[in-house]
Design a protein around this ligand. Structure first.
Ligand code: GAR
Length: 210
């Protein structure tokens, strides 16, 4: 069984979608811990109610980013993960942290990367007049919201959209996209090519549109 640790900062709805997919579909993986940089992250209570180990590494208790990342790495390593998933984890990580988990550190971002890394993605997509928005799952590199793309999902932008309405539509896609991409990683169905692209094994399960 692959061991998954999920890092969150808030609601944790993407974390929930992975926990539920793991359990419902008999994956060869367990979510062994959910960790947060915020003690009041709502997702922590949800995970704890389901018997998943939870923990907090409060970024406010660490003056230096490197100290926080060292404490976070120690908390992550205590669960000996095969995969570390960022699911709405809103802290920029140091190069050292990213290198430590190279090839097993994955993030979801609510835009069609490389468009709109960072914050306020939906407002920026609307301001840019995009007709499509979406979400991207990618291996994490030291650059924020950047790295080899594993999977993407697109949704339409509607004329009456507000950032909130668009965010809600993208979130529905996120909840399908992230478990699918994680399943590929769990099944060792992903290959990182020499030019930094990700390919999926031909028969990797697809359930995004099904
Ligand atoms: C999600 O939309 C996720 O893509 C985004 O934060 C939200 C967290 O929601 N992540 C980022 O913006 C990372 N740059 P959740 O806590 O309900 O999963």
């Amino acid at each position: 069984m692959k061991r998954i640790v999920i890092l969150i900062s808030g609601r944790g709805s993407n974390m929930q979608s992975i926990v539920e997919a793991c359990a419902a579909e008999g994956w060869a993986a367990d979510v062994v811990a959910v960790l947060s940089n915020k003690p009041d992250a709502a997702g922590l209570a949800w995970a704890a109610e389901r018997g998943i180990a939870t923990g907090v590494v409060d970024h406010r208790a660490h003056a230096e980013r490197a100290d926080f990342d060292a404490a976070l790495a120690a908390a992550v390593d205590a669960h000996a993960p095969d995969l570390v998933l960022l699911a709405g984890f809103m802290r920029v990580l140091t190069d050292g942290f990213v290198q430590r988990y190279a090839g097993r550190l994955i993030n979801i971002h609510p835009s069609l990367l490389p468009a709109f890394p960072g914050l306020h993605t939906h407002r920026r997509a609307l301001e840019a007049g995009c007709h499509l928005a979406g979400a991207s799952v990618h291996f994490v590199t030291p650059t924020l919201d950047h790295g080899p793309l594993i999977a993407q999902a697109a949704v339409p932008v509607m004329p009456e959209d507000t950032p909130e309405r668009l965010a809600a539509r993208v979130l529905v896609a996120e909840h399908r996209l992230y478990p699918m991409a994680v399943r590929w990683a769990v099944d060792d169905a992903l290959t990182l090519t020499d030019d930094g692209h990700v390919t999926q094994r031909e028969n990797a399960p697809q359930w995004l549109w099904g």
